[in-house]
Design a protein. Structure first.
Length: 367
């Protein structure tokens, strides 16, 4: 059996994670996976990441590259960021492909939570005589983070909800008339598009659509898959000329079940109302049924507050601009916490983007 080299395993897994990032905006709703493949001497001969739905997975892409390099992989090692699949979906099982290639060892960053896999891939490899080693916890955490919505959907039964907000130093999200263009600079706005790219659905409210007439698509970073744009519009007030309805990408209008009229120019969904607002839990259940893993909320103060008040927000991406607005729209939080109450949020990253600062926070219940 191959000798373990923990430092080499770490290096190759980090390289595989970098490859997996190339599947963002490409492989959805399949998980983002990367694979590095070495021959029996330890020489890297193949690399790959998951392709678009129906296309090859990371392991197959790496094996294909090795074949194109005329490399022999028998007795070699594969480093993969997610347990190789063990079921026949749109493509054959990756664990079978690795076994057929004659690999001696596979290093896995983390197990796959999908019920049809969830340990079955590792078990099949080991049953075939392949040595399977698991990554250390810090690498496993990075692999989960890359597919955080995929894990949330299969482990918690609902999508991962990420709330994006931009505020001034005094907490204003928009002018009194609702205008929010632009609180932050171009660097922060480009970064915001990268977070849109990670999601399979972007949720906003009719207030933002009427005030800003946004497109809410991914433009500032390359992508092959546009997220579903979801507009919460309880009274179905949207205009057929709204820019958010323009291609590329699809739009889903979510209205109240008792709305008087339903627009014919956009796909729509009726949901029950709760306390005068659309039921956000039912919204997430509907998006779950549509195979949505990550939900990106980009809305005004009222809808942003609703997601926070209902406890449905797992992560906040907050952009803070170095300016004061004075009179402006702030979030009307309905369930404030006293300073003596421990915060349910923890900062996981702070980064400067041009003149602005991005702060990422995750809720304790999502850990």
């Amino acid at each position: 059996m191959p000798v373990r080299d923990p430092e080499l395993d770490r290096q190759r897994l980090l390289e595989a994670l970098t490859l997996a990032e190339q599947a963002i905006g490409l492989s959805d709703p399949n998980p983002r996976v990367g694979c590095v493949l070495a021959d029996a001497s330890g020489q890297v001969v193949g690399r790959g990441h998951t392709q678009a739905v129906g296309g090859p997975h990371a392991e197959v892409m790496a094996l294909r590259e090795a074949t194109s390099n005329c490399a022999l992989v028998k007795g070699g090692t594969a480093w993969v960021t997610l347990e190789p699949c063990a079921h026949h979906g749109r493509t054959p099982p990756c664990c079978d492909a690795l076994i057929a290639a004659g690999l001696s060892r596979v290093v896995v960053a983390t197990t796959d939570p999908y019920p049809a896999v969830n340990g079955a891939g590792i078990a099949r490899l080991r049953a075939a005589g392949v040595q399977v080693d698991m990554a250390p916890d810090d690498i496993a955490l990075l692999a989960r983070e890359l597919n955080i919505g995929f894990f949330s959907r299969h482990e918690r039964g609902r999508p991962w909800v990420r709330l994006k907000m931009a505020t001034t130093l005094d907490g204003c999200m928009a002018e009194l008339n609702g205008n929010s263009r632009w609180i932050t600079g171009p660097e922060a706005r480009t970064d915001g598009h990268a977070w849109r790219q990670r999601a399979q659905a972007i949720v906003t409210g009719i207030g933002t659509v009427l005030a800003d007439d946004p497109r809410l698509d991914v433009r500032e970073v390359p992508t092959q898959v546009q997220p579903l744009r979801v507009v919460l519009d309880s009274q179905a007030r949207i205009s057929k000329d709204a820019r958010i309805l323009a291609p590329p990408g699809e739009v889903l209008l979510v209205h109240g079940e008792s709305s008087v009229r339903t627009p014919k120019f956009v796909k729509s969904l009726g949901l029950p109302m709760r306390d005068g607002q659309l039921d956000l839990r039912q919204l997430l259940a509907s998006l779950y049924a549509l195979n949505i893993h990550e939900v990106h909320v980009e809305a005004g103060p009222t809808l942003s507050s609703a997601f926070l008040d209902t406890g449905l927000t797992d992560e906040c991406v907050l952009y803070v601009a170095p300016r004061f607005m004075g009179d402006g729209l702030r979030m009307p939080i309905n369930s404030p916490a006293a300073l003596s109450t421990p915060s349910a949020w923890r900062v996981i990253q702070a980064q400067r983007l041009g003149p602005d600062v991005r702060i990422r926070m995750q809720h304790a219940s999502a850990s």
